[in-house]
Design a binder for this molecule. Sequence first.
Ligand SMILES: *[C@@H]1O[C@H](CO)[C@@H](O)[C@H](O)[C@H]1NC(C)=O
Ligand SMILES: *[C@@H]1O[C@H](CO)[C@@H](O)[C@H](O)[C@H]1NC(C)=O
Ligand SMILES: *[C@@H]1O[C@H](CO)[C@@H](O)[C@H](O)[C@H]1NC(C)=O
Ligand SMILES: *[C@@H]1O[C@H](CO)[C@@H](O)[C@H](O)[C@H]1NC(C)=O
Ligand SMILES: *[C@@H]1O[C@H](CO)[C@@H](O)[C@H](O)[C@H]1NC(C)=O
Length: 587
Amino acid sequence: MTCARILAAALAASSLAHAAINEPPLAKGFGPSQDVAKSRAPQIFNAVNNAMRQWGSSLHHNGMSFYLATVPEGVIFHHGNDNETSPEGPEWLAYEIEHAEGFARGRRGPPGRGPPGGGPPPPGDDHGPPPDDEEKLPSGKPKVQSQFDLVIMREEGRKQHTMVHEPSAESPGATDDMEGKGGWLHSYRTTRSLRYLYVDGMSGGKTSMGTLDTQDYLLRGDKTTSYTMEKPPHMGKRAGGPMDERRRAFELCEMCYYWDLSGVIRMEAGFEIIHCDFKDGLEQIAALQRPDPKDGEHGRGGSVGNFEFIRALSERYDGIGSSRTAIDFSSMVSAFFYPVNLTNPDPKRPDLPRLANTTDAELAAIKADLNRVIYERHDSYNRTIVWQDVTDLIVARYADRLKYMTEKVSSASQLLDEINHLVTAHIDYSGKDVDRIPSAIIRCTDLYLHGISPQTEADQFIHAAIKSVTSEICTKLFEARGILVDGSTDGHGLEPLAPSDALNTVRSLVEYLGWARFKRCSQCDVDEVCMIPMWPFGTKEDYESPRCANSSSVRGDGENYWGGFGRPGGPGGRPGGGRGGRGPPPP
Ligand SMILES: *[C@@H]1O[C@H](CO)[C@@H](O)[C@H](O)[C@H]1NC(C)=O
Ligand SMILES: *[C@@H]1O[C@H](CO)[C@@H](O)[C@H](O)[C@H]1NC(C)=O
Ligand SMILES: *[C@@H]1O[C@H](CO)[C@@H](O)[C@H](O)[C@H]1NC(C)=O
Ligand SMILES: *[C@@H]1O[C@H](CO)[C@@H](O)[C@H](O)[C@H]1NC(C)=O
Ligand SMILES: *[C@@H]1O[C@H](CO)[C@@H](O)[C@H](O)[C@H]1NC(C)=O
């Protein structure tokens, strides 16, 4: 059954209706290659290094890659809603309890335990009714409430408004029976190993910046309509939730059925899983009603709760922790491996890849490869090569030292000392080496790649990418060293250093690498966290220059990084209005 399902999906993939009207056909021999992987080496390196990490995936938020991932037996997840009864799914599971808590509220109840800054609540929410009876939706009984309805924004005059983006008919007045009552916080444990598809980047971020590209363009294959905040892919037959989130979940789960996977792992402000069938693989261990939010005594709202939510997320900056999820890196399928145009049509953000300019035929071909990889590696639970560990060793060796060189070193001799420390270990001083430096560069490049034998196609591409990155590091460092050594033997004084070619060489290396670690704050105090935008929170400033902030110094009034949250008037919210920044919650 299982195999038949997956095979059927693989076969169907080639004909998956990417209605290619006037679209160029697939170039002959189109496919992933090592050359392409090398040309996008830093992006691939970073994707691997950031996988299942809140920090790097927030910075490099347009994910272009998929992996199979396993959640072992006994892992605890949470879901918040307005009902004592466990949902059936597809529904959202949160890795962090704070994440689900924001959704554990009675229908139309006042805010208080929502995520910081009054952004839309995270998973576990009712994201709208199921899409199967879309015709009836608008006039149907408002069974569940749209995520938008929960978003409480602070309008001028300190008046609370519910930001309703859905057709108002969808939730006319909603039901008042739960008004003011606390919702429910459900907890589950996995009863067996579960296989998921991990969609990397800020893939739970309902934005038009490209965070949904792999889901909406590649998996769902909807490029016939270009979507924006106001115009999601299935405009006119929306199923609820921001940017048609509920329909997205249903469609992804339909695919998961054919792939024999339990759902999809994504990230927003917190990692989440769209779990397709709550009766499968989960055991409910608690369903606790939350206090009436009007009963302030028991509430956990306010700035403490909001700040502590961010703190909970910051604990996952470097990984989801405790072996809660294992990624099969050898199953990686990435648009970065393919000769497709990933240029962002938005000239202001050339750093962010997009699938907006790939053709339907290309997208269908990548999806067909994904289908095949899922089929081939479905039962390969053992991770053959943990590529992330390899990237971690490299980042640990170089990141802080490179940053130190570019930011703190003040003399040429200091710079030379620092570089020498990193590279001279690879030089053979015996005199046997004719090409002393070129041989040293090769040894330096291969330092962490010895003994790794790529097995899958993905392994080959990742290996090629990592090797390109280490080769660049070693080449550039030896180059800078050469400049400094020549400078000193010339008898030219080494000071002052800047502007110096050696330093510029190191700077260009740092720019090439683009490691998320470079943007990390140094150690924050116990009442602070290092702030980075995590959908739907955060300001543009937080993205440009993350810093340690405490509960009162978080930037609440800057312009929301994500372009505001889908207001009918346009994606930007009110111009310069600072909607959805991480301000304190409405009083
Ligand atoms: C809770 O869920 C049950 C079972 O799905 C349903 O019958 C009931 O109407 C729900 N209650 C509310 C308040 O939504
Ligand atoms: C790639 O896409 C960008 C952005 O849409 C476009 O400007 C550029 O012309 C495209 N390049 C090619 C080679 O098609
Ligand atoms: C590429 O982007 C340009 C500009 O955004 C657009 O006009 C063109 O149709 C896109 N091509 C494809 C294949 O999507
Ligand atoms: C993978 O795991 C299975 C079962 O745990 C084991 O039999 C097999 O040898 C492993 N394969 C590799 C390549 O480690
Ligand atoms: C938060 O940090 C600011 C600036 O560093 C400081 O002035 C303020 O006292 C701190 N507030 C709290 C509550 O610790």
